[in-house]
Design a protein around this ligand. Structure first.
Ligand SMILES: *Cc1c(COP(=O)(O)O)cnc(C)c1O
Length: 440
């Protein structure tokens, strides 16, 4: 999955002149009427013309990409955006409950195209849930997944086990699991579906096509996304860059990538140490110096937002390219800010897992700074489903101080500003009625 000469990741490049590309994004609407065709129903393959790396008949779908773009008044108010200007792109509606299915349908397709019978990934949980589901739903490959010990939420682990994947739990964190899975897959000839895989990013471009579709093909001012391994941000930048080159949009939105403060490599490199794509000549020593510093101090990623608990993002180069293409910025938000934002998302119609709420917390910070204007049109990507990590949610809302401290206090979370506490009542009709009268 890397270049033999320079060691950097591969990138998918199309010869658009030889391909049939629609004259207008509106042309995709023709597929809405033919949803009985699974490739038109799929929110990924509906846009096959823009990711034509395998003939469409051979593309694998389990119905991914049936997602929602919803305006949220509550989240708009919370972040300081004018009513009607803030939208949540809810990727939790994918078959395995996260945006990862967009990329997995593409990587899985490529794996089968080249004849693979086994696929592997290291995962903070959602990539493995997605791979495991594609394997169990299609029976076309066997899944081998690597997870770090104690670092995966129960919702995600339960999916991998239920879907029947071979689950290898190693003693280490995501960055360790990632290093191992690369070794193992090259030794055993297993197809690797981590986001080092360039076809994953092709599938994830479609999240942006659906955002445009939801906005009637208008380009928003901002797209705000959590940053972990930086596959999404890289894919979004590529999507907009290609659409612009093809003349299908007249401007690109700005991109904001939000790190958790406890896993802030991108923020540190870009905002503090000035790393840029520099038109294809980035000073990559900036990154290696920082990694050496982290290693010598024994610093490990640590955040409640386990899906972005990553300190060595594999798509760093592609992400800084996307930042250059889209006038991007990077911010970091604390676990406290993430959980408060998550509670606001939950109270405003759509739930999400902790990592997803980084996009909302980051928007709030950028509005406060004056970088995002209150009447900008902003799309926050909600990357994963609310039920992925019930432990964090219940700990936030609990009255049990011990549980709160155990799950959240150790992460520097001090208060649950938007807690919705359960009311404890004796099992007695009068008492129950009294409590309901009192609290409703
Ligand atoms: C994987 C994941 C992320 C991080 O996305 P990257 O593309 O790795 O930056 C964020 N949120 C959720 C829910 C995820 O599963």
């Amino acid at each position: 999955m890397a270049c033999d000469r320079c060691g950097d990741l591969l990138d998918v490049v199309y010869d658009w002149d030889r391909l049939r590309v629609p004259g207008s994004l509106r042309d995709f609407e023709a597929k809405w009427a033919r949803r009985d065709n699974p490739h038109h129903f799929s929110g990924v393959w509906r846009f096959h013309d823009l990711l034509p790396f395998v003939p469409v008949e051979q593309c694998i779908t389990i119905g991914e990409g049936q997602t929602l773009l919803l305006p949220s008044e509550g989240v708009a108010r919370y972040t300081g955006i004018k009513p009607g200007r803030l939208f949540l792109q809810y990727e939790g509606m994918n078959p395995s409950g996260s945006f990862k299915d967009n990329g997995m349908s593409a990587a899985f397709t490529h794996a089968r195209f080249v004849g693979a019978s086994r696929a592997a990934c290291a995962s903070t949980g959602n990539t493995s849930a997605s791979l495991a589901l594609y394997c169990s739903a299609t029976k076309l490959m066997r899944a081998v997944i690597f997870i770090g010990s104690g670092k995966i939420s129960y919702g995600k682990l339960s999916q991998a086990l239920d879907y029947g994947a071979l689950t290898v739990q190693i003693n280490g964190d995501f960055d360790d699991a990632m290093a191992r899975v690369k070794e193992v897959s090259s030794q055993l000839g297993i197809y690797l579906v981590n986001s080092v895989n360039p076809f994953r990013l092709e599938g994830q471009k479609t999240i942006m096509y659906r955002v445009l579709e939801g906005l009637r093909w208008e380009v928003p001012d901002w797209v705000v996304v959590p940053g972990g391994n930086l596959g999404n941000s890289s894919a979004f930048g590529k999507a907009f860059h290609e659409l612009k080159e093809l003349g299908l949009i007249d401007r690109v939105p700005r991109l904001a990538v939000i790190n958790a403060a406890g896993a802030r490599t991108l923020h540190e490199l870009v905002e503090m140490r000035g790393l840029t794509w520099n038109h294809g000549k980035p000073k990559l020593e900036t990154a290696s110096t920082y990694y050496d510093e982290m290693d010598s101090k024994g610093i490990r990623a640590d955040t409640i937002a386990s899906a972005i608990e990553i300190n060595r993002p594999v798509n760093l180069n592609k992400c800084i390219r996307a930042l250059e293409w889209c006038g991007g910025v990077v911010r970091k938000v604390t676990d406290q800010e993430i959980l408060d934002a998550k509670a606001q998302v939950g109270a405003s119609g759509l739930g999400c897992e902790p990592a997803s709420a980084a996009s909302v917390a980051g928007t709030k910070a950028l509005v406060a700074e004056g970088v995002i204007a209150p009447d900008d049109r902003v799309v926050c990507i909600l990357t994963g489903h609310q039920l992925k990590d019930p432990t964090a949610t219940v700990a936030y809302h609990t009255t049990d101080q011990e549980q709160f401290n155990k799950v959240l206090g150790s992460r520097g979370v001090r208060r649950a500003a938007f807690a919705n506490r359960a009311v404890a009542v004796p099992n007695n009709l009068d008492e129950i009625i009294k409590a309901i009268r009192l609290y409703s």
